[in-house]
Design a protein around this ligand. Structure first.
Ligand SMILES: Nc1ncnc2c1ncn2[C@@H]1O[C@H](COP(=O)(O)OP(=O)(O)OP(=O)(O)O)[C@@H](O)[C@H]1O
Ligand SMILES: [Mg+2]
Length: 308
């Protein structure tokens, strides 16, 4: 049984208009997506800003109201828990938020921030709690002296690591990592990704790893979901997506991966120009008349693409 199964998920936000502020239309932030995550697997969710990635993540942790579809965790429909807090599923699925700074209360010490999920679920003595917090901080490479500090006393990378320590406090089975490294320098990115990998092995965690950059997730993900306009344009394993992308949107994302080798700069720019032109030429064939992404079609056991 998959750990998580999302079926035909739809999340629409109402657009209000007129003097009566009635719902005149909807923003179809997520418009019919399905995927599964197996225990211990890392699934990448990739797409440009506004494509609906965070909305999917929020639905999975119960922070968004579904318009349609279902979400099964260990085979159990969890949509009935939306808005409620203390179910076993809320313990098993945690989220690392895109904007970690605003998700960490600036007036609270690291000790309290990391201990908060524990206080909600476990009755620990002060000493037990402190021991556990120190262990969690150690996992992300922070010494016990950090427990008494406040969030503003840390660098961006360190704060992201505090967010990770907090997310793993309850030993979840699945972590939704929403752009966990996007705000960080390249060298710090590698370090944080490394901690995520170590933790994964230690706890046999599954990740839904959200990013707008196919380069960042290249060595992290077993399976990739490429998202555009609230729908999936292509899904597949690493080989399928990086070596054999079929949708022009996926090909554009690949062309946008920055090349660390400065000698390759010109070549990369030529590729980007070529793919950009290809996108303009083939746009009509890759989207329906109203600009909607087609339904996914199966190319192989692992590879699907949204083409007519
Ligand atoms: N609470 C909300 N009310 C109304 N519209 C919303 C709400 N949350 C998101 N949206 C809209 O839904 C769409 C998808 O937003 P979402 O935050 O999921 O995108 P994203 O892919 O995570 O983008 P980014 O890469 O910028 O984080 C956007 O058009 C956004 O404006
Ligand atoms: Mg987002």
């Amino acid at each position: 049984m998959p750990l998580l199964e999302v079926k035909d998920l739809k999340v629409y936000f109402p657009i209000k208009g007129g003097i009566l502020a009635r719902t005149v239309d909807h923003v179809k932030a997520v418009d019919g997506v399905s995927f599964i995550i197996e225990p211990g697997q890392t699934v990448g969710l990739i797409g440009e800003s506004g494509s609906g990635k965070s909305t999917i993540g929020k639905s999975v942790v119960g922070l968004a109201k579904l318009y349609g579809g279902s979400i099964l965790y260990n085979g159990e429909d969890i949509t009935k828990y939306i808005g409620k807090n203390r179910s076993s599923y809320r313990r098993g699925v945690q989220m690392i938020f895109q904007d970690v700074y605003s998700s960490l209360d600036p007036k609270r010490r690291v000790l309290d921030l990391v201990a908060e999920p524990l206080r909600n679920f476990e009755k620990l003595t002060r000493a037990e709690e402190r021991k556990k917090v120190d262990e969690l901080l150690a996992i992300v490479g922070l010494g016990p002296e950090n427990a008494m500090k406040y969030p503003h006393e840390f660098s961006g990378g360190q704060r992201q690591r505090i967010g990770i320590a907090r997310a793993v406090a309850l030993r979840p089975k699945l972590i939704i990592a929403d752009e966990p490294v996007s705000a960080l320098d390249l060298s710090v990115q590698a370090q944080v990704l490394n901690y995520l990998k170590i933790i994964q092995q230690e706890f046999r965690l599954a990740y839904l790893f959200i990013s707008h950059d196919l380069g960042v997730v290249r060595f992290m993900c077993d399976h990739l979901l490429i998202m555009h306009r609230g729908r999936f344009v292509e899904t597949g394993n690493r080989q399928d997506v990086y070596e054999d992308a079929r949708h022009i949107y996926t090909r554009q994302l690949i062309a946008a991966i920055p090349d660390p080798d400065p000698d390759m700069k010109d070549e990369k720019r030529t590729l980007r120009d070529r793919v950009g032109k290809e996108y303009d030429d083939l746009k009509d064939k890759h989207y329906s008349e109203d600009g909607r992404v087609f339904d996914l079609k199966k190319l192989s056991d692992t590879h699907c693409v949204a083409l007519p």
